[in-house]
Design a protein around this ligand. Structure first.
Ligand code: GLC
Length: 625
């Protein structure tokens, strides 16, 4: 089996150029050429049970035993956020996933299983995996080659656990920062999201799914997940079709052209109709108009939201074009995966779902499995397991951190700090908290505070290793001991959250954090504020009281990427991937189109060390599409 080599940004650019020159970006990357004969030959042998099994994706915890995979001819399983093996180490992941695969290969037709996982900023469920900055930080890099490289590392770590399907990239064009998933979006610019989404697909899937070691990407959540009224998660996106096509469709068009093999259908509604039952968009637009040849997977129990009767939910969703259904529940629970199989069989018998529709769904799923070479190689290369969390992988994530930081203020050259500073005081609980540094979707679904994963470096640890041996570093989490500091680094920001748990109408920094900054300011020494957040925060006095302010987003495990910039080994190059609101009345990007409503900082704003002398925040006038 050919194992993937770590690629340098240069080779990524060369490769993309080659593909563009060959004009094969669609075909070659798509990797579907030449598999349809195999698909059709297999499809004709399949029973209805075997076909429906391919369309059924239970959560691993819904299985009674792994033998259910053989019993029900299951084509896919997943684990939700934090749902991996109890002993959360890579070797145990590999053993568990290979065990599930072995049950699929016991079936009559030996159709390999596709195990799916939310590896949305690195292989974030796995203890010891490299955790990259969340998408809002990667968006601030504006660097597709870097993102392709990062997702290539992600793919290697995913394969190191036996898995070859990531529910990533999220290509939401998030319009309202009240949305708890704003950090999963690269930004509010359709163009930027399209460009970076393609880079992520290429990084995960490689040049073609057929190279035998690619990880299937899953563009999500189709469509309009980031455009709901008031940023309500799983809410209702209200706009005409022209606006939907202008704002939210281009990233999917680009991802399909880049060969994305799966697309996840969103929970949200469009003008009151749930996406999971929208035949016009799922079938007529995605599959017919855009020529999407991969398969559509539902979100977590999303079809259950369609109505009050599960069998009708299934009928509406499958007939709309859903090919695989994600089912968190097992026997003994309502709307469980066994019920799904039985209901769908009845719907076919009652001619409420046609065999043609079933065959189309199964053909799409099998096409991907053949294109990935899974029939020939159902297992990944075990040599990849040892590289999970390796220094080489962490180096790429560290570069992502460096390039994601956005310098919003730098009065009187407060930054960069000297490594020979005599006494540096670090303030804020988050400064020594890997969980706060990583945010949601890390080890657990919601994320949590504390030393949550192995191998990471907190900002405090990174500072201690960055400064000279003569430097005294004092850590005062609560800011009570600021005596003798020559400068203060102060970390504030959001606590970890994911999805609807992060929906907020007030993005103001906490009063106690503002008070900390004011207290630090009162010492008279330079105050460098570092902000961990999944979205812009309403800064208020945090900006006026800080001498320098760095938006670090949710940087992940590689804290040294921050000290590389804070101590001047690298200049800040990050540029905002979305405008920064002045206050809570500006959380919806649409407001900036109104007269007299400039943001505090525009899309594309970011200082560096040359242009930051004595400048307060100046507004750039980058166009906001
Ligand atoms: C979640 C999310 C989706 C994720 C899926 C599986 O609810 O909406 O992004 O891929 O369920 O965890």
């Amino acid at each position: 089996m050919k194992t993937k080599q770590l690629i340098s940004p240069g080779s990524v650019v060369r490769r993309a150029t080659l593909l563009a020159v060959l004009g094969l970006s669609g075909l070659a990357v798509r990797g579907f050429a030449g598999v349809d004969e195999s698909v059709d030959a297999l499809l004709t042998q399949m029973t209805l049970d075997e076909k429906i099994g391919q369309m059924t994706q239970p959560d691993v915890h819904a299985l009674t035993t792994a033998a259910d995979i053989q019993k029900y001819f299951l084509g896919s399983i997943l684990n939700g956020g934090g749902g991996g093996p109890t002993n959360n180490v890579p070797a145990e992941w590999l053993k568990a996933v290979n065990g599930y695969q072995s049950w699929a290969l016991k079936t009559r037709l030996k159709i390999p299983l596709l195990y799916g996982v939310d590896a949305v900023h690195g292989h974030n469920n796995v203890n010891g995996a490299v955790i990259f900055p969340h998408h809002i930080g990667l968006g601030a890099t504006h660097n597709p080659a870097l993102i392709e490289q990062a997702e290539h590392i992600n793919a290697l770590e995913i394969e190191g656990t036996g898995i070859r399907w990531a529910f990533a990239p999220c290509i939401a064009v998030a319009q309202n920062e009240r949305w708890g998933r704003t950090y999963e979006s690269y930004g509010d610019s359709t163009e930027l999201v399209s460009e970076l989404g393609v880079a992520a697909v290429r990084g995960l899937q490689g040049e073609t799914l057929a190279d035998g070691t690619s990880v299937l990407a899953c563009a999500k959540h189709f469509i309009g997940d980031g455009g709901t009224v008031d940023g309500i998660d799983q809410g209702n996106t209200v706009c005409d079709e022209a606006t939907l096509r202008k704002l939210y469709l281009p990233p999917y068009q680009a991802a399909i052209k880049a060969g994305v093999g799966s697309i996840m259908v969103s929970y949200n509604s469009w003008n009151g109709q749930k996406m999971s039952a929208n035949k016009h968009l799922l079938t007529e637009v995605l599959k017919e108009e855009l020529g999407f040849k991969g398969f559509l997977v539902s979100d977590w129990a999303a079809i259950d939201q369609l109505g009050t009767e599960y069998k009708t939910d299934i009928e509406q969703s499958i007939n709309a074009g859903m090919d695989m259904v994600m089912i968190p529940y097992g026997p003994g629970q309502p709307n469980n995966f066994v019920e799904f199989i039985q209901d769908l069989k009845e719907l076919v018998a009652e001619k409420r779902v046609s065999v043609t529709r079933i065959d189309d769904a199964v053909r799409r799923i099998l096409r991907i499995k053949f294109a990935m070479g899974s029939f020939k190689n159902p297992y990944t290369d075990p040599a990849l397991t040892a590289a999970i969390g390796s220094p080489a992988h962490r180096a790429v994530a560290r570069d992502c951190v460096r390039q994601s930081l956005v310098l919003l203020k730098n009065e009187d050259h407060a930054l960069p700090l000297s490594k020979n500073i005599k006494h540096l005081t670090v303030v804020g609980q988050a400064a020594d908290d890997l969980g706060r540094q990583c945010g949601g979707w890390t080890i657990s679904w919601q994320g949590e505070t504390g030393a949550i994963t192995r191998g990471g470096t907190t900002l405090l640890t990174a500072i201690r290793s960055a400064v000279s041996p003569q430097t005294e570093v004092t850590y005062s989490a609560d800011g009570k001991n600021l005596t003798g500091a020559d400068a203060i680094i102060l970390v504030v920001g959001e606590m970890p959250y994911a999805e609807m748990k992060g929906d907020r109408t007030d993005l103001s920094l906490a009063p106690d954090e503002i008070a900390l900054i004011q207290k630090a300011k009162a010492t008279g020494v330079p105050v460098i504020t570092v902000l961990y957040s999944g979205r812009p925060q309403v800064l208020g006095q945090a900006l006026t009281e800080s001498d320098a302010l760095v938006a670090a987003w949710l940087p992940g495990t590689e804290g040294e990427g921050m000290t590389d910039v804070l101590f001047g080994d690298f200049k800040p190059t990050g540029k905002l991937s979305r405008p920064w609101p002045q206050d809570n009345s500006q959380l919806n990007s649409a407001v900036f189109a109104e007269p007299g409503q400039p943001p505090l900082f525009s899309l594309g704003f970011g200082l560096t060390y040359e242009n930051s002398k004595n400048l307060s925040a100046t507004r750039t006038t980058l166009s906001h599409d």
